[in-house]
Design a binder for this molecule. Structure first.
Ligand SMILES: NC(=O)c1ccc[n+]([C@@H]2O[C@H](COP(=O)([O-])OP(=O)(O)OC[C@H]3O[C@@H](n4cnc5c(N)ncnc54)[C@H](O)[C@@H]3O)[C@@H](O)[C@H]2O)c1
Length: 247
C-alpha cells in the first residue's frame, strides 16, 4: 500500500491505459478520481475500481476541468498525483490532407488539455509536494515512416518538452514531473490497426521485443513515478515500448 493516504486524479481513466492505471493506483492504497468524457462508460469503469469516484468532463472545456479539480478538493481535501493520460488519435493522413479543424482538435485534447488539468492542479500539488505523470508516446520521440499522424506526434513531442519545463518550474515546490512514452499498446485506441492477423504480426514485429504492450505494463511505470521509489526522479522521459524507439 505504497500510496496510502494519497489522492490521485487520472484523466482519460474510463478505459485502456488510464483505467488500468487508476486500478493499480487504487490497489496500492490511493483514493482515485477518474475523469473522462463519456459519463456512462465512466460510471461503469469506476464501479470496477475500489476507492474510486468518477467525474465526467470534456478536457477541451476549461470549466469542466476546473470542476473536476474543485470537486476532488471538496471531497477529499487534497491532491497528490495527477496522471495526464487522456488522448485521441487522428485519422492517418499526410500533412497536406489534414483539415485544420482536425489538427486543432488533436492539439486541444492531447496538449492544451494537459495544460488545463496541470494549471488547475498545481496549486494543490504545491501543498502536498505532489507529482505529475504525463503520458506521451514513442511518436513524440521520433518520426516513423508511414505513421502520418503529424498532429498527434506534435502534441506528444510538446508534452515531452513540457515535462522538462514543468519539472524545472516546480522543483522548488518539490513537485516531481515525469513522462512515459509507450509504444503500441493493446487498447481501444489501437484496435483499428490490429484488425487482422497480418496487422497484429506487423505491429508485434515493429517492437524489438517481439510484441505490442499491455496497459498494465504502462500502468506499472506510472506507479513507479507516483511512488516514493521515484523520490529523486523528475523531468525523466521513460520509453515503455519493447524497444521500438531505439531502433
Ligand atoms: N494505446 C497506445 O498504443 C498508446 C501508445 C502511446 C501513447 N498512448 C497514449 O496513452 C493515452 C491513453 O491511450 P489509450 O490507448 O488508453 O486510449 P483510449 O482511446 O483507450 O482511452 C482514451 C481516454 O481518453 C479519454 N478522452 C478522449 N477524449 C477526451 C476528451 N475530449 N475529454 C476527456 N477525456 C477524453 C477517453 O474518454 C478515454 O478514457 C493517450 O494519451 C494515448 O495517446 C497510447
Amino acid at each position: 500500500m505504497r500510496l496510502s493516504g494519497k489522492v490521485a486524479l487520472v484523466t482519460g481513466g474510463s478505459r485502456g491505459i488510464g483505467f488500468t492505471t487508476a486500478k493499480i493506483l487504487s490497489e496500492n492504497g490511493a483514493t482515485v478520481v477518474i475523469t473522462a468524457k463519456d459519463p456512462k462508460r465512466l460510471e461503469k469503469s469506476t464501479s470496477e475500481i475500489s476507492n474510486a469516484i468518477g467525474i465526467a468532463a470534456d478536457i477541451r472545456n476549461r470549466n469542466d476541468v476546473k470542476n473536476v479539480v474543485n470537486k476532488t478538493i471538496e471531497k477529499f481535501g487534497r491532491l497528490d498525483i495527477l496522471v495526464n493520460n487522456a488522448g485521441i488519435f487522428p485519422k492517418i493522413k499526410q500533412l497536406h490532407e489534414i483539415d485544420e479543424d482536425d489538427w486543432n482538435e488533436v492539439l486541444d485534447v492531447n496538449l492544451t488539455g494537459q495544460f488545463r488539468f496541470t494549471k488547475e492542479a498545481i496549486p494543490y500539488l504545491q501543498k502536498t509536494a505532489g507529482c505529475i505523470i504525463n503520458i506521451s508516446s514513442d511518436a513524440g520521440l521520433k518520426a516513423y515512416q508511414g505513421f502520418n499522424a503529424d498532429a498527434y506526434s506534435a502534441s506528444k513531442a510538446a508534452l515531452i518538452l513540457l515535462t522538462k519545463c514543468w519539472a524545472l518550474e516546480y522543483a522548488t515546490n518539490k513537485i516531481r514531473v515525469n513522462c512515459i512514452c509507450p509504444g503500441v499498446v493493446d487498447t481501444d485506441m489501437t484496435k483499428p490497426f490490429l484488425k487482422t492477423q497480418k496487422d497484429k504480426e506487423f505491429m508485434d514485429n515493429e517492437h524489438p521485443i517481439g510484441r505490442i504492450g499491455q496497459p498494465e505494463e504502462v500502468a506499472k511505470a506510472v506507479m513507479y513515478f507516483a511512488s516514493d521509489d521515484a523520490s529523486w526522479t523528475t523531468g525523466a522521459i521513460l520509453a515503455v515500448d519493447g524497444g521500438e524507439s531505439i531502433k
